[in-house]
Design a protein around this ligand. Structure first.
Ligand SMILES: *Cc1c(COP(=O)(O)O)cnc(C)c1O
Length: 379
């Protein structure tokens, strides 16, 4: 058997190794240190934002963003239904209730028309959501011109969950901007399967340094500047370690190459599978450029002759890791009692959607093997 082909494994290089060893040898092993400061500086520069705060995970970043926006018990927060559970979990950590908004077909991200309708409905009822957490799915920005306009009309804050979209661009009313720079606060993840990884970690960014400074304070147990450990707020233990920040700095240097490789994978799959009946790809929306973090396709079972699940199992058979598109949050038992606006688009994307191996170190032979399985099953 050839080696297993993973969905999106870590892809490390010599700089990461050298920086990690340097951090270890310097004995800056404890939570903070010079690599954390440097990673924040370099990351903020890359994302074109004023400031960044390095954290232990993307989920921690989402939680802190909501806490800083004053989200608490009894509040409602709108978010995309088609996402990873971390987005909705963070809303519940803040004590609030998530309400889910369906996807649009152009980007698979939050439908701006449905969001506007939902906001109008809540305004009529006299209680607006405290925030909207917009997810940039699979490496692609949502339609921020329309989403930000809808939220501005009602004065509702926008948090951007850019965990999957580091390196993506959005070209709109605000110019050509990085994913994560569109909302009031943006959050990234360096989890093991993301486009770059620190094995685990996250980054909270904002053009308003008050948010990143506050995040830094809350993430270190809200310790007041006093030698005797003075506490006036509830804090969290959410900071990134200096060792992992060193890895992150190395990964950031090769991010451009990683984006290039993922986009090349996507282009290969598109050309290799374009002619198959009933196979279509996640579209790249005209308002930006996607990193193609994961290449996702849709299977029309009538035309293709097999279901998405049959294709997934054919991959399992060959020891190839392919995964269904995220199961929408409004279909998850844990969020069954939450409100949802729409839902049929995300449900269909889930039923028919499959994410193909998309790692930045895939070889041409591996790409061909993945494509061959999809080809062999087609009608
Ligand atoms: C990965 C991911 C997160 C969570 O990031 P962690 O660093 O794993 O906590 C949040 N939202 C989305 C959409 C993700 O894909």
């Amino acid at each position: 058997m050839p080696p297993r082909i993973y969905l999106s494994p870590p892809h490390m290089g010599p700089d990461e190794r050298a920086l990690l060893i340097e951090a270890f040898d310097s004995n800056w092993v404890a939570p903070l240190g010079p690599h954390v400061d440097a990673f924040e500086r370099e990351f903020a520069q890359f994302a074109g934002v004023a400031s960044a705060c390095a954290l232990s995970s993307g989920t921690a970043g989402l939680h802190l963003a909501l806490v800083m926006l004053g989200v608490g018990a009894g509040d409602e927060v709108f978010t995309s239904t088609l996402t990873f559970a971390a987005t909705a979990n963070a809303i519940t950590y803040a004590g609030a209730r998530p309400t889910f908004i369906d996807s649009e077909r152009a980007s698979w991200n939050m439908d701006p028309d449905l969001l506007a309708e939902a906001l109008a409905q809540r305004a009529r009822a006299g209680k607006l959501p405290k925030a909207v957490v917009v997810v940039d799915l699979y490496g692609q920005c949502a339609d921020y011109d329309r989403i930000l306009a809808a939220c501005a009309e009602y004065g509702v804050a926008v948090v951007e969950d850019a965990a999957e979209a580091l390196g993506a661009r959005h070209r709109g009313a605000g110019g050509d901007r990085s994913a994560g720079a569109l909302g009031l606060i943006g959050v990234f993840s360096f989890n093991g399967n993301k486009i770059i990884t620190t094995s685990g970690g996250g980054m909270l960014v904002s053009d308003d340094p008050n948010f990143t400074n506050r995040a830094r304070f809350l993430a270190t147990q809200a310790r007041e500047p006093a030698a005797h450990y003075q506490h006036e707020h509830v804090g969290y233990n959410y900071r990134l370690s200096n060792l992992l920040a060193a890895v992150g700095r190395g990964q950031l240097r090769v991010l451009g190459d990683r984006v290039g490789s993922r986009r090349a994978n996507n282009a290969y799959y598109r050309s290799a599978l374009a002619a198959l009946p009933g196979v279509s790809f996640m579209p790249e929306a005209p308002w930006g450029s996607s990193t193609a973090w994961l290449t996702c396709l849709q299977i029309d079972p009538q035309a293709y002759g097999q279901t998405r699940e049959a294709l997934r199992l054919a991959y399992v058979e060959r020891d190839i890791e392919a995964r269904p598109v995220w199961k929408p949050m409004h279909l998850q038992p844990v969020f069954a009692s939450c409100d949802v606006f729409g839902g049929s688009v995300a449900s269909e994307l889930f039923d028919r959607g499959l994410c193909l191996p998309s790692g930045s170190a895939l070889t041409q032979a591996e790409l061909e093997e993945v494509a061959a399985v999809a080809t062999s099953l087609a009608k």
